[in-house]
Design a binder for this molecule. Structure first.
Ligand SMILES: Nc1ncnc2c1ncn2[C@@H]1O[C@H](COP(=O)(O)OP(=O)(O)OP(=O)(O)O)[C@@H](O)[C@H]1O
Ligand SMILES: [Mg+2]
Length: 265
């Protein structure tokens, strides 16, 4: 499949640009050309290589829409999106694993799609399950796994894509607080051990502050970047750290202001 054209394109993709994702003046409307609903308005945002950014906003403000655009699942109505490292990996709130496959085979499927030779798939799937602390669960079926374990498999599968940008859409929202807390630790560890850039969507302020180097707050109707914060609280953080709590209070105030301005939540 490697044609001279793809080689030339590969050269273009060398990340000399210094960003894992670049959104420039991105807008998105749904519906008819005239009476459409403007969901995202003039979003410009860079994610640096290795950076962890959380996008925070009220329900319905367009977070998933934005993530889908970055994932290439939909196209912006205006503006441009670059992901110089190629197609990003994507992880959703629901694990979206294939229930008829084992944990290991779910991961292997992503490795197959990536083009990894057959003989290398099983050891690599086992390594990735080890990385998310599910060593020994290779042969387990999805229904035998807890919600937290399923999200671990989903994370291993996302990592199997070997993309340098991981997009996460409220991946831990359905989990209980303790399981979520453990997975925050795991995600932070994996992020620090790899060179992954992460764009993580949530409406949970504490989670945003717990995880990110930068929190970007979206306004609602339409979604615009309202404010952003650089978080320099040292990692590993705990969700109950005083510094995390303090900044969360400040950000929650801003978020409340956004919701008041736009109502209906
Ligand atoms: N394919 C679509 N067609 C029409 N409208 C859509 C489509 N996708 C999203 N919308 C609308 O865009 C707006 C933003 O939706 P989106 O799912 O991006 O919000 P969100 O911030 O992810 O919300 P939540 O926190 O509840 O997940 C909503 O008003 C939604 O109805
Ligand atoms: Mg959403």
């Amino acid at each position: 499949m490697a044609t001279p054209t793809t080689l030339a394109k590969a050269e273009d993709r060398v990340p000399a640009t210094g960003h894992a994702a670049r959104l420039a003046h991105v807008s998105k409307s749904f519906g008819g050309p005239a009476g459409g609903q403007l969901v995202l308005d003039d979003i410009s945002l860079d994610v640096a290589p290795g950076e962890f950014v959380t996008l925070l906003g009220a329900s319905g403000c367009g977070k998933s829409t934005l993530l889908n655009l970055v994932a290439g699942l939909d196209r912006p109505s205006a503006g441009s999106i670059e992901t110089p490292g190629g197609r990003p990996a994507l992880m959703f709130q629901e694990h979206a694993l294939f229930p008829w496959l084992t944990a290991g085979k779910n991961v292997e499927l992503a490795l197959k799609l990536r083009g990894l030779p057959k003989a290398e798939r099983r050891p690599e799937a086992e390594r990735l399950l080890e990385l998310v602390r599910l060593g020994g669960s290779y042969g387990k079926r999805v229904h035998e796994l807890s919600g937290g374990m399923r999200q671990r498999v989903a994370l291993a599968r996302a990592l199997a894509q070997a993309s340098d940008l991981l997009l996460m859409d409220e991946p831990f929202a359905a989990l209980d607080a303790i399981t979520r807390d453990v997975l925050h630790d795991e995600l932070t560890r994996i992020w620090r051990e790899t060179n992954l850039s992460v764009l993580f969507v949530t409406h949970n302020v504490r989670e945003a502050v717990r995880l990110a180097q930068r929190v970007v707050l979206l306004s609602s109707r339409p979604g615009r970047i309202a404010r952003e914060w650089t978080i320099d609280i040292p990692q590993p953080r705990r969700i109950e750290d005083a510094a995390v709590a303090e900044l969360s209070v400040e950000i929650t105030e801003e978020l409340r202001g956004e919701i008041r301005r736009h109502g209906q939540h």
